[in-house]
Design a protein around this ligand. Structure first.
Ligand code: FES
Length: 140
């Protein structure tokens, strides 16, 4: 995955490993949260941030990584517990399908999950942008 335009140099500090990671909120920096291998294929992992909404980090079948706030745009369901298929996740509560690339709900549903910039470095570490860099799924 390519960087999203943020020119900050990723931190080399390793993040917390395990099912859920806890990382400090930061602005304008990249936070190492796990290694790519820590993410299940066609699965996800929750990153908890101090004073911020949780982030769901997803890995697709072809090792692409996406991150969105762990709140469904419908009624706040935990997207991290949804079924990953292709480039989408199906919310476990009422079945909305969310496009992981855009955050948009698939029609006829309307809504957008808030995306968080994520990158995978050549050494296999997954980085999330600091809290100040969260972007809306409608922004391009
Ligand atoms: S809360 Fe996700 S589909 Fe309803």
């Amino acid at each position: 995955m390519m960087p999203d335009g943020n020119t900050s140099v990723p931190s080399r500090e390793p993040g917390v490993k395990g099912r859920d990671a806890v990382v400090p909120a930061g602005r304008g920096q990249w936070l190492a949260v796990c290694r790519l291998d820590d993410l299940p294929v066609q699965g996800s992992r929750v990153v908890r941030r101090f004073g911020q909404d949780d982030v769901a980090v997803f890995r697709t079948h072809d090792d692409r990584v996406f991150a969105v706030l762990d709140r469904c745009p419908h009624k706040g369901g935990p997207l991290s517990e949804g079924l990953v298929h292709g480039m989408s996740v199906t919310c476990p509560l009422h079945g909305w399908v969310i496009d992981l690339e855009t955050g948009q709900a698939r029609a006829p549903d309307e809504g957008c999950a808030r995306r968080v910039p994520v990158r995978v470095d050549d050494d296999g570490w997954v980085y999330l942008a600091g809290s100040g860099s969260a972007i809306d799924g409608n922004a391009e």
